[in-house]
Structure formats: structure tokens, C-alpha cells
Design a protein around this ligand. Structure first.
Ligand code: ADP
Ligand code: ZN
Ligand code: MG
Length: 490
């Protein structure tokens, strides 16, 4: 009898912590922008966790959390409250974190992800709640070679949103798509910088396996310490493989927390078993009032929700006649979409396709080479449409326009100035063109011979020679015509 190996289904749920973009911290007036601040320069008795002080709820943080929850299709309850989550931790100044337990700001939402083959999957969002970030430890070696730990309290009390997914994700790739989509939405609504490498967007990944077809959940492993999307995918791939091996060998997967270790092939190590799990002894935060969220206030937040990526993409297809692929790229970030619409507004919807082409080809290529986001591109939308108009009117050839654009990208100067600077106005009459044609013929006798031998395709390399000599100023049509009659007459 042959035994068929059991196939397993992968089950993943993600917990994302994302710092909110508010000017002050969650419960005090300290600045929450600590990225370049000297250690312990953004602190006060509240975020230092001194006894006898009182926290005050940051309204902007509540709003941004609710806005995020609405963007994720969550329900907003009429009442919410904060709770104390108690645990001992050197970076936790009060010995507890103010978080939300059984009455969070939102629950029961969803996020659509789109697979490479175009199919969509709906991932449930369990809840989006609000809490505070902890301080940070730095382990340093002092002059005597001894290791010591220093605490920087700047991050303590920075508003932190926790977004918990349902265990609806079925592969590491789906997990990546979920994170990409979530990050895009957070950035669109200005809720968070959502940058994993900078540590303001952090992901714990829960993963388990179950026999295909089973509807009960297997024991899950929570993986921590990933600091890039790539690490999340690698950690999940590693865990899927490890758990498959354990189960295939007839073993049981221990429910535990594991840490991702980046080096080499990468692997996970056990950090804490189920038995060592914390008992957080949650209880309602006595120093803060519960929150009443009126329907009118929620409606107000909903009204301020910006157009989200999917809606924008659909509108770009309808309004500007773009393909879905291009519309997707143009709406990748809100800044890129805004740039596109500013350019189209400056020139008319009839040129939308031309604007899109410039943005997705030459501009995207130069941006990648320069490592520059659209916000920092020197070419203003009106300058780009000015360039498009110059090409359309025949004032410059499209090949010359590409050199002009490259220069504009560097200097930010308007197109007509750059055209003059580079001497790229098209040729007036045929005289200069004929000279260039003679030079191209002289430089490429093989193409001439090929042409006379009946290989008409050889003409194209001569046209190319002329374009090169004239730096794109020659009209390719006219060049071909003149070349043709010149070669046929000789
Ligand atoms: P815990 O009590 O350990 O915090 P939760 O039930 O709150 O666990 O879930 C935390 C995260 O783990 C959620 O994102 C959830 O979707 C995910 N999760 C829960 N059970 C499983 C499982 N068996 N396999 C994979 N992910 C799971
Ligand atoms: Zn403070
Ligand atoms: Mg939980």
C-alpha cells in the first residue's frame, strides 16, 4: 500500500503596529518626531512614567485611527475605552502600557488584496486599536569594554496603532501583498509614514499549518523581529517549511513565539513558549475617561477620508482612458497621482496618455537612477506639459524631447529654456540635414552597400546615424525621404 503524504494549508494572521503621524505624543504634549532628536530630549513626567501625573488623550491620534479603520471597512462602536496592559519591561516606563482591550476603537473590517493573476482575496481585519509606543534600549560597550544598556525615552508615548488581521492569509506572498496594500492606505490617508526599515511600521506574523480541507486552526507560531517586507516573507517561508517538516515527521508544532534571525539563509529561534506567555492583567485605565463616538463625529471623519487608491485607479481608467496597468502605477502613491492630475489639469485630458507615458517611462527611469521620489522631482507638472506641447507643435522632435527632459530633470528649468540651452530647435531647411546625410553615408559604407544589395532595412541604420549626428533635431520622416532619393540617385 502506498501512503500519500498529507498536504497542508498555510494559515497566516498579521499584527501590524504603525506609529501615527501626529505632532504630539499620545498622552502628553511632547513632540512625537524623535527620529533625529538627541536621546531623552522629547520627554516629560507623563511619558517618563512618573507617579502622580495624568495622561490626556490626543484627539488627532483618535481621529487618525478611526480614519484608518474606516478606510479598512471597520465598524466604529459608539463607545471605546483604554485599558492598562501590565508587563515588566525595561523600556516600559510605567510598568504598563495604555492600550485597548475589549472596547477598541474599531472592529470587523476587511482589506482586498490582488494576486499577480488578477484574482482578488478579501482579508478580514479583526480590529484597529490605539495604544502608546515604548521607550528604546541601546546596548553599548563602554570604555572598559563592559556592556551597558541605555534607555532613550523619546519614543515612549508615541501614538501607535495596532491593526490585527484575521487568519485569512494563505501564503507568504499574500502576506506581502497585504502589507504593501496596508502601507499604501496608511500613507494615502496620512496616518503613518509606514516605513518598516525606519521602525515606524512593525509586523508580527502568526503562522500555522493544517491538513488541507480542515476547518479548525492548528497551533500557531508568532514570529517577531522582521524589519523589512522581505524579512517577513523569508521568515514565513522558513516557518512553513519548518512546520511542514515537524508535522510530516508525525510531530506536533509547539505554540510559541519565535524570533527571526536575518544572517545567512535566515532562520527562526524559539523565544518564549505558551507556558511562559504573559498574563497582562488588563483593567480599565482609571485615569482616562471612556470615549463616546457620536455618529455625527464619525460621519465627519468619514467625510474627510481622501479618495483611496482603488477608487482613484478606477477613476483614472474612466476619466482619462488609461489602461488598468498604467492607472495602477500612477496611483501607487498619492503624490504621484496628484502630479499626474496637476499635469493633466494644466494641459487638458486629451494629453493624459502623453503625460502618463512620460511619467511612467523617462521620468520613472530617471527617478529610479537618482533614487528620488516624485515629491523631489525638479520638473514641475506644467513644465512637463510644456514639453509635451513643444513636441506636438513640431517645435522639437520627440527624440530631442527626451534629451530636454533629462536636462530638465537635473536643473528644473522650463522646457523652452532647456531647448535653447542645448541648441535643440529643429532644423529649419534641408541644407543642414543634407550635410548630416552625407556624413552618415560616409561613415557607414556597409549600410550603403547593403541598401544597394536590396536590403532596404539598412536604411534604418543610416537614419539612426543622422539622428545621432543631429542629436535628435532631424525629422526622421524627412531624413528617410532624403536618404532614399540620395541613395537611389547615386
Ligand atoms: P493571541 O491571543 O496569541 O494574541 P489572537 O487570537 O489574538 O492570538 O491572534 C493574534 C493574531 O494571530 C491574529 O492576527 C490572528 O489572525 C492570528 N492567528 C490566530 N490564530 C492563528 C492560527 N492558528 N494560525 C495563524 N494565525 C493565527
Ligand atoms: Zn511627554
Ligand atoms: Mg491577541
Amino acid at each position: 500500500m502506498t501512503q500519500t503524504a498529507t498536504t497542508y494549508e498555510v494559515v497566516i494572521g498579521l499584527e501590524v503596529h504603525s506609529q501615527l503621524l501626529t505632532s504630539s505624543k499620545m498622552f502628553c504634549a511632547c513632540s512625537s518626531d524623535y527620529t533625529r532628536a538627541a536621546p531623552n530630549s522629547h520627554v516629560c513626567p507623563v511619558c517618563l512614567g512618573m507617579p502622580g501625573v495624568l495622561p490626556v488623550i490626543n484627539r488627532a491620534a483618535v481621529e487618525k485611527t478611526v480614519m484608518t479603520a474606516l478606510a479598512l471597512n471597520c465598524e466604529i462602536p459608539a463607545h471605546a475605552k483604554f485599558d492598562r496592559k501590565n508587563y515588566p519591561y525595561p523600556d516600559l516606563m510605567k510598568g504598563y502600557q495604555i492600550s485597548q482591550y475589549d472596547m477598541p476603537l474599531s472592529k470587523d473590517g476587511w482589506l482586498m488584496i490582488e494576486m499577480a493573476d488578477g484574482t482578488e482575496r478579501r482579508i478580514g481585519i479583526t480590529r484597529v486599536h490605539l495604544e502608546e509606543d515604548t521607550a528604546m534600549s541601546r546596548h553599548v560597550v563602554d570604555g572598559d569594554g563592559e556592556t551597558m544598556s541605555l534607555v532613550d525615552v523619546n519614543r515612549s508615548g508615541v501614538p501607535l496603532m495596532e491593526i490585527v488581521s484575521e487568519p485569512d492569509i494563505r501564503s507568504p506572498e499574500e502576506a506581502r501583498l497585504y502589507l504593501v496594500k496596508l502601507r499604501q492606505i496608511l500613507r494615502y490617508i496620512g496616518a503613518s509614514k509606514a516605513n518598516m526599515e525606519e521602525g515606524n511600521f512593525r509586523c508580527d506574523a502568526n503562522v500555522s499549518l493544517r491538513p488541507a480541507g480542515s476547518t479548525t486552526l492548528g497551533a500557531k507560531v508568532e514570529v517577531k523581529n522582521m524589519n523589512s517586507f522581505r524579512s517577513v516573507v523569508r521568515a514565513l517561508e522558513f516557518e512553513v517549511e519548518r512546520q511542514t517538516e515537524v508535522l510530516s515527521a508525525g510531530g506536533v508544532v509547539a505554540q510559541e513565539t519565535r524570533g527571526w534571525v536575518e544572517g545567512g539563509e535566515g532562520h527562526t529561534v524559539s523565544q518564549r513558549s505558551k507556558e511562559q506567555a504573559h498574563d497582562y492583567r488588563y483593567f480599565p485605565e482609571p485615569d482616562l475617561p471612556p470615549l463616546a463616538l457620536s455618529a455625527a463625529w464619525i460621519a465627519g471623519v468619514r467625510a474627510r477620508l481622501p479618495e483611496l487608491p482603488e477608487a482613484k485607479r478606477g477613476r483614472f481608467v474612466r476619466e482619462y482612458g488609461l489602461g488598468i496597468y498604467d492607472a495602477n502605477l500612477l496611483t501607487d502613491t498619492r503624490a504621484r497621482a496628484d502630479y499626474f492630475e496637476a499635469a493633466v489639469a494644466a494641459t487638458g485630458a486629451g494629453r493624459a496618455k502623453a503625460v502618463s507615458n512620460w511619467m511612467l517611462n523617462d521620468m520613472a527611469r530617471l527617478q529610479t537612477a537618482a533614487g528620488r521620489d516624485i515629491e523631489d522631482v525638479a520638473v514641475r507638472p506644467e513644465a512637463l506639459t510644456g514639453l509635451i506641447a513643444l513636441v506636438e507643435s513640431g517645435a522639437i522632435t520627440s527624440s530631442a524631447a527626451r534629451s530636454v527632459f533629462e536636462r530638465m530633470f537635473v536643473t528644473g528649468a522650463p522646457p523652452d529654456e532647456v531647448v535653447a540651452e542645448l541648441g535643440l530647435t529643429p532644423m529649419g531647411g534641408d541644407d543642414e540635414l543634407l550635410t548630416a546625410i552625407e556624413a552618415a553615408i560616409a561613415a557607414n559604407p556597409k549600410a550603403v552597400a547593403d541598401f544597394h544589395a536590396g536590403k532596404t532595412a539598412a536604411l534604418q541604420s543610416l537614419v539612426g546615424g543622422v539622428m545621432k549626428q543631429t542629436r535628435g533635431r532631424a525629422n526622421p520622416e524627412r531624413t528617410r525621404e532624403l536618404l532614399h532619393s540620395r541613395l537611389n540617385s547615386s
